[in-house]
Design a protein around this ligand. Sequence first.
Ligand SMILES: NC(=O)c1ccc[n+]([C@@H]2O[C@H](COP(=O)([O-])OP(=O)(O)OC[C@H]3O[C@@H](n4cnc5c(N)ncnc54)[C@H](OP(=O)(O)O)[C@@H]3O)[C@@H](O)[C@H]2O)c1
Length: 286
Amino acid sequence: MYTSKLIQGCMTWGRWGKQLSTSQMASQIEDCLSLGVTTFDHADIYGDYTTEAEFGIAFTESKIKRESIQLISKCGLQLSNSARNNRVKHYQYDSEYIIAQVEQSISNLNCDYLDAFLLHRPSPLMDLQEIAKSIIYLKEQGKIKHFGVSNFTAQQIDLLSAHVEVEGHQLQCSLNYCKPFTNDILQHHLSKQILTMAWSPLGSLHRLHEDNLPLDKVLGEMATRYECEKAQLAIAFLNKHPVGIRSVVGTTQPKRLEALKEALAMELSLQDWFLILEASRGHEVD
Ligand SMILES: NC(=O)c1ccc[n+]([C@@H]2O[C@H](COP(=O)([O-])OP(=O)(O)OC[C@H]3O[C@@H](n4cnc5c(N)ncnc54)[C@H](OP(=O)(O)O)[C@@H]3O)[C@@H](O)[C@H]2O)c1
């Protein structure tokens, strides 16, 4: 496996959230490593195309060895951004663009290669052969070690797999967004051995008392019974699936990260898992 069991998401490290300074980013990387969270999730667009480079500077200053961490990045989303001269938010997946963006991410992150590169979202205009051409080239050049996608359907993955191996998939999945548990995507990944990463694994946990009171109540009762936090239940819920979901977590608070790491060792009972599913969806299974 090419990621740690928990993955640190970097989407809100910079301009899109916490605006961490270089030294704060460097200590965040160190804190993650000390907890065994060695994989960092990026995308070219984070912070309006600025966060990767900020991370790269902090990583260089930290003096941590490249081999001690794994870096994931993505491309394909083009923001409606004046610096890029884009008039509309769109997707771009021609071979030249993919190669140039990966090279840009590697340069920004100051890292020689990406451990995994993902297509950020499927495009209605994507040409799978054209995409495969760029991925094969990037692998041959040693610029990416693994290739995957994000927010694809099982069918889209199968179609792309006819041209190039799809090794990983990052999708939205949480106790608050249960569709992947009830459509065929996780079973697909289990049978095809596709490494599965969940983004926003906590769902809207901190707003549940407004959004889904029944689920909040069930979690409150379970948190007392398991003597844990609701956020830990969110991770344990994902971890129960046999595919071995890797949560991409967004917190930058070491204590919270440590608690989420501890949740990987929790054993949620079968019926408690279904109690959460039922409360989340508002009805029992058929
Ligand atoms: N592939 C895609 O399309 C896609 C889309 C969205 C995101 N992502 C990736 O997924 C990563 C995580 O997304 P996310 O930030 O939505 O994930 P999340 O881990 O579900 O949510 C993190 C948020 O929950 C807050 N939080 C509140 N209570 C918490 C607790 N007890 N423990 C932990 N966190 C708590 C955190 O605040 P504090 O920081 O203050 O703790 C943080 O703002 C992103 O950084 C990005 O890398 C990918």
